[in-house]
Design a protein around this ligand. Sequence first.
Ligand SMILES: [Zn+2]
Length: 169
Amino acid sequence: MKIVCQSCGRKEEVNKDFFLKVLGGVVSGFGFWAWTAFLFAGTGFAMPICIAIMAGGGALMAFSDEITEWVTEHYDCPQCSSNSWIEEEEYKKLQAKEQEKQKALKAKEAEKEKLKKDNENLQEEVDYAFEEVDRLENEKVEFEKLESKQVELENKLSEVMKKLEQNDK
Ligand SMILES: [Zn+2]
């Protein structure tokens, strides 16, 4: 079982030698029970945990929560002196989750950016439509002016014609 410092990522292998390093002192005799007794006295772990530490592997993993908690309370990271340890697999899971989160966040950002752009395009279209309406409105006014001028001219013309006709008589 490995533990990882959550601050700097330093890894430590958790085995009997690790506890010897943390607890200090010496093990009197090197047999299985001498070590188990040393762990039991030094850590205050229940006997099954001490035996699991000696066995290592899957047996140790069964108590990873208790062991990680103990290490967090008793052992500061030699690299950054922080004391937030986490079991390696848990650490990997957390990191994967974090990456997933970052990915989702990025996707959301991209979507937001796209919506913003769509909105801008739409606004441009609306602006253009309004301009077009203004332009047509102006054209209409100009046309009406011309029309009324034409009517005026026609009236004048018919007046002149009438006068000419009268003069002819
Ligand atoms: Zn550290």
